[in-house]
Design a protein around this ligand. Structure first.
Ligand code: MTE
Ligand code: LUZ
Ligand code: MOS
Length: 752
């Protein structure tokens, strides 16, 4: 089953915000933003705009009828700055006019007089100053302090990981138009239509019901549109509410990169205590999360870092601390992995360092401490299955890891300039929103009188194939040809109070809601059939492949006819269902619970080659054994694997955000911010889905696939370090991501 959208994407027929036909009279918006990272606004001079034909209005905070407040979890973020600015690129005013070129030109003429205040960019400095988004949190298990003295070896160190720009193909944007009685329709490129709806209502001081948000699909989100699609939706809604005209705003790439938040950079400390045989007895760390200027999703991301700090390992004594630090960058936000990649890089670094000191390969420590069934995480949850170790075994056998190591050793002793390295990266990722209440979804299914079916859910299609999966679920449960099923746009008036499509739960939650709704419809249809066929019990009726059977015997009654009979008998052909993930909870007072429906596991074997004259490198292969449960769309799941792996490698290697001393982003376009392309991507990506796996609560026994593959990218860092070390034994490893070719080159030759 190929992705429902694939052919339309290739033909360029799929619609995104900027492809929509706009009604006559549509106005366009552009945003005037802060030129400084921290300052007091003295005066904004918009007088020169009066001379420009086509400028209709300049909107500032004072034009907002409701609250100038777009913070979702914590209300600490204004839509338009009033008297202070907190990052370069912070929106201050919106210019609305008749053409996109006109408003963009106009924005450049606005003059801001700003008194510059000292900015803070470093999270540790923010921490020292007490600039926290929320109080620090700690997860603990056992007693680290008592355990240090039992250890044969203790390693300590610091770890840095950088931010990451989302580079969704479709930049942020929205199109809003007023309808009668002051209601506003918003077409938004968002992963969270209900969040957009709620906040637009807040800004306009209208009840939520008067705002309708509609999303056909988005051109990628990767977390960047979980919270940050709100601003553009609110700006266009505000402008169209004020001017009673349709208003569109689609950011250009540079604007998007400048104004929006990124993955959170982390600066971390670790301490790990082990026995001589590699058994980890204690692990303590502190993450300093660079949250940017306001909370956004930082507290939730911090929580997931805490959950994943011990990655795939059982560690009996652990103390995990995290501080979310307020700085003068754009608010950092969700990005595939959601704090887990940052946390896992830290523990893998600790293991690498410990292995060095013990004189063993990191795999010795990794393997010795790998999770097994029944092991307890620092957050109190017990591991439900033994797939982690299974993945390790299968990877070792399937990819003949020992043989690869021999081959690499041989290569390295025969080559002076080219050096190879290999790493193993185990992953364990918890599935469910860590805020338990978000783990709910609804579906609305209509069967029409011709037997065709429409499905509406909370899921947002962003390229990950969730619509195709939902279509498969509906077709399977209704036992009809998939061509009969259409998944409609995600619209707040059809499905309300939705959770964002995030945390990799889109298919699980919305697929399950669809399944329940379709099951209810089938029950009704069986009743209709049994009445018509005069069968006493509807239980004896089966509907299989669009045909009605009585106890396995064909009746000649077909789907279309049955549906029509239901209609004629005034039986409802519509069903709405709500689904909640069962048995999850988390108590933040004691930091214990069972927050996840299940875990996803896997192992990646990464092989790289560096050119020790130039510092450049190639990723030869990434070979993965991954537990996807019982996948019902291998093609889509493979696509998610490949995309996630390459995106993870990008973060670990070449994607480098660089800033001037004043906080100005220097890598502000795709000419200077390099993401992996087809040449940089691994020459070979092998994905083996673990056989005979299934999952308890994943949709149709599959496991969520969206985020976990990203984590495999971390392995590339360690493979590169191993390769560098073949050239230079005395390398001082500084555990810092990204490891760009420039940094590789320097590390090959720098004096220590
Ligand atoms: N795949 C594509 N093509 N585009 C995306 O934006 N987002 C990722 C992942 N895969 C993304 C993607 C992220 S961050 C998440 S949380 C999941 O998809 C969300 O979709 P799902 O819950 O349906 O897996
Ligand atoms: N969003 C969220 C997420 O609100 N909660 C989560 O736990 C989460 N996890 C991953 C990605 N987005
Ligand atoms: Mo994904 S970071 O949960 O949108």
């Amino acid at each position: 089953m190929i992705n429902t959208d694939a052919i339309f994407h290739v033909k360029g027929e799929s619609q995104f915000i900027d492809d929509r036909l706009t009604p006559e009279g549509t106005l366009y918006a552009a945003v005037f933003t802060s030129p400084v990272a921290h300052g007091k606004i003295i005066k904004i001079n918009t007088a020169p705009l009066k001379r420009i034909e086509g400028v209709v209005k300049v909107i500032t905070a004072s034009d907002i009828p409701g609250e100038n407040q777009i913070g979702n979890i914590i209300q600490d973020e204004v839509l338009l700055a009033e008297d202070e600015v907190h990052y370069i690129g912070q929106p201050i005013a919106i210019v609305v006019g008749t053409k996109p070129e006109i408003v963009r030109k106009a924005v450049k003429l606005i003059r801001a007089k700003v008194e510059v205040l000292p900015p803070v960019f470093n999270p540790r400095e923010a921490f020292k100053k007490g600039h926290l988004i929320t109080p620090t949190r700690t997860f603990s298990l056992g007693d680290v302090n008592k355990t240090w003295k039992e250890c044969d070896l203790i390693v300590e160190g610091t770890v840095e990981s950088g931010g990451q720009e989302h580079v969704y193909l479709e930049t942020q944007g929205a199109f809003s138009y007023p309808t009668e009685k002051n209601t506003i329709k918003v077409i938004s490129s968002t992963q969270a239509p209900s969040t957009v709806q709620k906040i637009v209502a807040r800004v306009l001081d209208l009840p939520i019901r008067m705002i309708e948000v509609d999303v056909l699909r988005i051109g990628g989100g990767f977390g960047g549109k979980e919270d940050q699609a709100v601003s553009w939706a609110a700006m266009t809604a505000l402008a169209s509410y004020k001017l009673k005209k349709p208003v569109k705003l689609v950011l250009r790439r540079k604007e998007d990169i400048l104004m929006t938040g990124k993955r959170h950079p982390y600066s971390s400390d670790f301490k790990m205590g082990l026995k001589r045989n590699g058994k980890i007895l204690a692990y303590e760390n502190t993450f300093y999360q660079n949250a940017g200027a306001s909370a956004d999703l930082s507290t939730a991301i911090m929580e997931r870092s805490l959950f994943h700090a011990t990655n795939s390992y059982y560690i009996p004594n652990a103390k995990i601390n995290c501080a979310s630090c307020r700085t003068n960058f754009p608010p950092n936000t969700a990005f595939r992995g959601f704090g887990a990649p940052q946390a896992m890089f830290v523990i893998e670094s600790a293991i690498f360092k410990a292995a060095d000191e013990l004189g063993v390969d990191p795999t010795v420590i990794q393997k010795k401490n790998l999770l097994k069934k029944g092991d307890v995480f620092p957050y109190g949850m017990k591991l439900q299955d033994g797939k982690m170790r299974k993945c390790w075994e299968v990877a070792g056998e399937k990819y003949k890891v020992e043989k690869i190591k021999e081959r690499i050793n041989k290569f390295n002793s025969n080559n002076k300039i080219y050096k190879k390295g290999i790493s193993i990266m185990p992953i364990c990722f918890g599935i469910s929103f860590t805020s338990s209440f978000l783990n709910q979804a609804s579906a609305l299914v209509h069967i029409y009188t011709d037997g065709s079916v429409s499905v509406s859910t909370a899921a947002i299609e962003m390229g990950q194939g969730v619509n195709t999966k939902i279509r498969q679920v509906a077709a399977k449960v209704l036992s009809i040809n998939i061509d009969r099923v259409e998944v409609l746009s995600t619209k707040t008036s059809r499905v309300a109070n939705t959770s964002p499509t995030a945390a990799s739960t889109g298919a699980d939650l919305n697929g399950n809601a669809t399944k329940v709704a379709c099951k209810n419809l089938m029950e009704r249809l069986r009743k209709v059939a049994s009445d018509y066929l005069k069968v006493i019990s509807a239980k004896d009726i089966q509907i299989i492949d669009e045909e009605v059977y009585i106890k396995g015997r064909k009746t000649g009654l077909k789907w279309d006819e049955l549906v029509n009979k239901a209609y004629m008998n005034r039986v409802s052909l519509s069903a709405q269902a709500h689904y909640v993930t069962p048995n999850i909870f988390f108590d933040r007072n004691i930091e214990k619970g069972k927050p996840f429906a299940y875990h996803v596991f896997g192992i990646a074997v990464t092989e790289v080659t560096i050119d020790c004259l130039r510092g450049i490198y190639e990723i030869d292969s990434v070979k993965v054994v991954h537990d996807a449960g019982k996948s019902f769309n291998l093609l889509i799941d493979r696509g998610q694997m490949e995309g996630g792996i390459v995106q993870g490698i990008g973060w670990a290697t070449i994607e480098e955000l660089m800033y001037g001393d004043d906080g100005k982003l220097l890598t502000d376009s795709l000419a200077t911010y390099k993401i992996p392309d087809i040449y940089f991507a691994p020459k070979d990506i092998k994905v083996h889905f673990l056989k005979d796996s299934n999952s308890l609560s994943g949709i149709l026994k599959s496991k969520a696939i969206g985020e976990p593959p990203f984590l495999y990218g971390i392995g590339t860092y360690f493979a590169l370090i191993k390769a560098i070390r073949e050239f230079r034994l005395d390398l001082k490893v500084n555990f810092s991501i990204p490891i760009t070719p420039e940094k590789v080159l320097l590390s090959l030759y720098e004096k220590i």
